[in-house]
Design a binder for this molecule. Structure first.
Ligand SMILES: [Fe+2]
Length: 311
């Protein structure tokens, strides 16, 4: 079997530009090097030491239940046996970032695309695109949770629809993914916990999102979230807090077309702003909010409407 391509972003004179791919491949498990397995093991261990008491219980439980461990990069076929039996989802291996519609279509059909390749040892703390560690460690475990699994399918179906409606609907729906699937917090009887994959796969943000006084932590409200801009190149200025996965699923059940109509032409809310109508868990001090990295607006606008993120 040929090893599939490793599709990564390209550096140009305008900064990094994303490169998209649609191929579904077989996970070339035999081609992983000793270093690849070590990168997985290092990151896995580091996050699992950090996450008890910070990550949602469901995340930690489902990750164990699937059989993900620090011993090396898991075989997708092994994980799929557990996942398919539990919620009917499956992991498919892809070469890199997918175009929006292809991505939504996979989700709508309970297929979660996982980048087959893993970052290099010098990229442990930051990578400008999704890799195997982010996708598999961060996203896949909660697909074992029946309610969250249903939410992800509903989101995919909503994405296919938004794609046909136009760029404004698409960008509003993408914000929902960003602030829930990637950077969501959940309120529990033991305190706030992380369920967003962008946080779960990042050492720095796993601490920052809960313990720093800088960011806002605000109760989830669907239209509020869909109208709020975000930064991809810094820690989040605002995290939205759900009460349960059921709340998330219920919020995405209705047809979104009336919401898009309601929001049409409305000015979007800056990432760090707190509104009078917000249920505030923590009003951020804003201290240390980072000046953007990267080369400026071209990079930001090219990336900001993508279900994709740095970690
Ligand atoms: Fe992600």
């Amino acid at each position: 079997m040929n090893t599939p391509n490793r599709i990564e972003h390209q550096m140009t004179d305008k900064g990094y530009v994303p490169v998209y791919t649609t191929a579904v491949v077989d996970q070339p498990w035999d081609s992983y090097t000793k270093t690849d397995h070590e990168v997985w093991a290092t990151l896995f261990k580091r996050q699992r030491e950090l996450l008890p008491g910070r990550a949602s219980k469901e995340f930690l439980q489902t990750q164990d239940e699937m059989g993900m461990g620090e011993q090396g990069i898991p075989k997708f076929s092994d994980l799929n046996a557990q996942l398919k039996a539990k919620t009917g989802w499956e992991i498919i291996a892809v070469e890199g970032l997918l175009p929006e519609l292809a991505f939504f279509d996979h989700l709508a059909n309970r297929r979660f695309p996982v980048t087959w390749w893993i970052r290099k040892p010098e990229q442990l703390d930051y990578l400008a695109e999704p890799d195997l560690f982010h996708d598999l460690f961060g996203h896949v475990p909660l697909l074992m949770d029946p309610v969250f699994a249903d939410y992800m399918e509903a989101y995919g179906k909503g994405g296919v629809k938004a794609h046909s409606l136009g760029p404004e609907a698409l960008s509003q729906l993408t914000r929902l993914y960003w602030y829930t699937v990637e950077f969501g917090l959940i309120n529990t009887s033991e305190g706030l916990r992380i369920y967003g994959a962008g946080i779960l796969s990042s050492k720095g943000e796993s601490i920052h999102c809960l313990e720093s006084a800088a960011p806002n932590r605000i109760g989830f409200d669907l239209l509020r979230v869909m109208n709020t801009r975000y930064r991809i190149d810094t820690y989040q200025k605002t995290y939205f807090v759900i009460d349960s996965y059921q709340q998330l699923f219920d919020a995405t059940l209705p047809d979104f077309i009336p919401y898009y109509e309601q929001m049409a032409g409305r000015e979007s809310t800056p990432a760090g702003q707190v509104l009078d109508s917000d249920r505030v868990f923590n009003r951020g001090t804003g201290e240390g909010w980072l000046v953007p990295r990267g080369s400026g607006p071209a990079r930001i606008s090219a990336m900001s409407a993508r279900p994709w993120e740095p970690w």
